[in-house]
Ligand binder design. Structure first.
Ligand SMILES: Cc1ncc(COP(=O)(O)O)c(C=O)c1O
Length: 389
């Protein structure tokens, strides 16, 4: 008998989400409107940010943050190699040069010391990623930004619900970009949010995110709106729909409950794998008072000296045993495109490369049942036991 397949990720969509989206479908207003504005207001309150702009992806949010920060040709932006390609692509989209520092070997987040080593007179911004939902070392990045006059743009694609020293992510750096992609802790199917404390930047981002046309362009089809508009600059089509926002509002309404389940499951994994020498647990011991890990991902690292199989074989064996996994991420320095475009090699980011070879992400989401979690644990441990040195 083949084991029941446990996918790597599933969204948690219940009656409240179905109802919220259905209400919008019956309301005659499908795209950016009252629901989107409500979602922006509620999300801003949730992360304690003065301004929040709902967009159609985190990629759009990163792109607009860089533009609003005035980053362009001739500028360098330092970021982490252990990230999704969107972090780096958006830097290229604005004509700037992505500079890849390296990660901290414990947290897998961008290392402040490696950022410092990459600073040049052309450096204009730092883009840390709160990897897996673990808070990045924001005090160090804030100090570096202050000292060198740099813009701090946080890639918070994994960090809805993350806090650093008592401050929610979204209220710390100059700009924070969130993702509501289908696998994220809070989903709108596709979607993103950009937060900032700058009213001026928020205004520009709203214009840039909707074709570059004058303020409140989305209102032009309402009774309060007007047909007239002016294009201020060549903007983008990055607005969120009310359908997506309604989904987001429903998810936000039960976010803490969903996070409680994630936390419980992460703790159960930690407890079950603590005595397994082949597994390095995700970091948590370094978390300080006031830090909250959002547990977007549960990333384990294989200790090669304990077993005879490597990471790729473990993934294959888990798949055969009915456990879906993923790898976050193939470092930027390993992709042929960036090797060509940026002249980088895996050896330029040795800590990322070494950890990449050992890492995989196990299923962790509130739609899993406690039984699913136990199945992932027992199937994983059984494979490791079979390959013990
Ligand atoms: C670290 C990181 N940054 C950016 C993104 C892009 O997010 P989106 O798909 O919402 O554009 C992702 C998506 O997975 C991500 O993991």
């Amino acid at each position: 008998m083949t084991a029941r397949y446990i996918p790597y990720a599933l969204p948690l969509i219940g009656d409240s989400e179905v109802q919220a989206v259905t209400d919008v479908l019956r309301s005659d207003w499908l795209t950016t409107g009252a629901k989107t504005k409500q979602f922006e207001a509620d999300f801003a309150r949730f992360v304690n940010a003065p301004h929040a702009m709902a967009l159609n992806s985190c990629t759009a949010a990163l792109h607009l943050a860089l533009l609003a920060a005035g980053i362009g040709p001739g500028d360098e932006v330092i970021t982490t190699p252990l990230t999704f390609c969107a972090t780096v692509n958006t830097i290229l989209h604005v004509g700037a040069k992505p500079v890849l520092a390296d990660i901290d070997p414990l947290t897998l987040c961008l290392s402040p010391a490696s950022v410092e080593a990459k600073l040049t007179p052309r450096t204009k911004a730092i883009v840390p990623v709160h990897y897996a939902g673990h808070p990045a070392e924001m005090d160090s990045f804030l100090a570096l930004a202050r000292q060198h006059g740099l813009v701090l743009i946080e890639d918070a694609a994994h960090a809805v619900g993350t806090s650093y020293r008592g401050r929610p992510v979204g209220s710390i750096g100059d700009y924070t970009a969130f993702s509501f992609y289908a696998t994220k802790n809070l989903t709108t199917a596709e979607g993103g949010m950009l937060t900032t404390a700058s009213a001026e930047s928020a205004d520009r981002i709203r214009v840039l995110g909707l074709h570059g046309i004058s303020r409140d362009a989305w209102k032009r089809y309402t009774a309060a709106g007007t047909w007239f508009y002016e294009v201020q600059e060549a903007g983008f089509k990055y607005n969120m729909t009310d359908l997506a926002a309604a989904l987001g509002l429903a998810q936000l309404g039960r976010f803490e409950d969903m996070q409680d389940v994630r936390r419980q499951y992460a703790e159960r994994y930690n407890q079950a794998f603590a005595a397994e020498p082949a597994i390095q647990l995700p970091p948590a011991a370094d978390l300080a008072a006031g830090d909250v890990h959002a547990w977007h991902l549960y990333v384990i690292r294989l200790n090669p000296e304990a077993v005879t199989l490597d990471r790729d074989s473990l993934i294959e064996e888990l798949k055969a045993a009915g456990v879906g996994t993923s790898v976050h991420f193939i470092p930027i320095t390993h992709h042929p495109f960036y090797q060509q475009a940026l002249g980088v090699t895996p050896d330029d980011t040795p800590v990322s490369s070494a950890n990449y070879a050992r890492m995989l992400s196990l299923p962790l989401y509130p739609k899993m049942t406690p039984q699913d979690v136990e199945e992932v644990i027992s199937r994983t441990l059984a494979i490791l036991e079979r390959h013990r040195r």
